[in-house]
Write a protein of this length. Structure first.
Ligand code: UDP
Length: 236
């Protein structure tokens, strides 16, 4: 498959066309941003780790019946994925209070949720990705009712599969963000990435943070945390 024109450059990834109109090439960068782009930096080796971790977890999810955009890993930081049009929502799944939920509801970080919480944010950088509910989503036609049902079902399934898998590696899945896309025929599949950039991972024993919060909060040991996640997942 041949790499063609760059279609898009985001904060953490570049996307290129290929000679197959149904397939695009994603290239993961070491650039890191937080707080809607206000904090910028580099996490050395992040692109390669996020590429490999995402693909590893997407393969696991495929195996458990969640359809994903993954086609084939090409190199350390490049992967072929199915071309989709992204549903303009960030789906956030929460098992334990942290980050913006802790702030919003005045909950100590680490407070377990008595039921899994799903939240939706409208993807719009200029608006700061505002939280929306199912009524906004229907009124704005961001997704049909049937699509939203599918998205919620897949999101809860992802939480169950990843939560069980990570538990055995002494990693607690605190929360994470998913994005979905529609293929040319309208099928909804999981897209984007699943990595320490988009999940909160805490060591089950030490409660140490092994994710992007180390960058967001200047906790140090950012590269080591990403490396540790890759090591636990893939043994290297
Ligand atoms: N998240 C993300 N991208 C975003 C916002 C959140 O990947 O634009 C992830 C984040 O890493 C965390 C979860 O979604 O795992 C919940 O994030 P939260 O709403 O607490 O926002 P934050 O505190 O990260 O601003």
């Amino acid at each position: 498959m041949e790499k063609r024109d760059q279609l898009y450059e985001g904060k953490a990834k570049k996307v290129f066309a290929t000679d197959d109109p149904e397939v695009v090439l994603v290239s993961y960068k070491d650039d890191a941003t937080a707080f809607n782009g206000q904090k910028k930096g580099t996490i050395l080796g992040k692109g390669a780790i996020n590429n490999r971790v995402t693909n590893h977890l997407m393969r696991l999810l495929e195996h458990h019946g969640v359809p994903t955009h993954l086609v084939r890993e090409l190199s350390e930081r490049e992967t072929l994925v199915r071309r989709v049009s992204i549903v303009p929502l960030e789906v956030i799944v929460r098992n334990v209070a942290a980050g913006s939920l802790s702030k919003r509801l005045g909950l100590a970080e680490g407070t377990p949720m008595q039921k899994t919480v799903l939240e939706f944010c409208y993807k719009d950088d200029a608006l700061g990705d505002p939280m929306v509910n199912e009524y906004h989503i229907a009124a704005m036609r961001w997704a049909t009712e049937a699509e939203l049902d599918t998205i919620c079902r897949y999101s809860l399934k992802v939480n169950q599969v990843l939560g069980d898998y990570l538990k055995d590696l002494n990693i607690q899945l605190i929360d994470f963000k998913l994005e979905f896309g529609r293929t040319a025929d309208g099928t909804v599949i999981l897209a984007d990435e699943i990595s320490p950039d988009t999940c909160r991972f805490w060591d089950t024993v030490t409660r140490e943070k092994l994710d992007k919060d180390r960058f967001r909060r200047d906790l140090g040991g950012v590269e080591d945390a990403y490396q540790e996640i890759m090591k636990r997942l893939m043994g290297e």
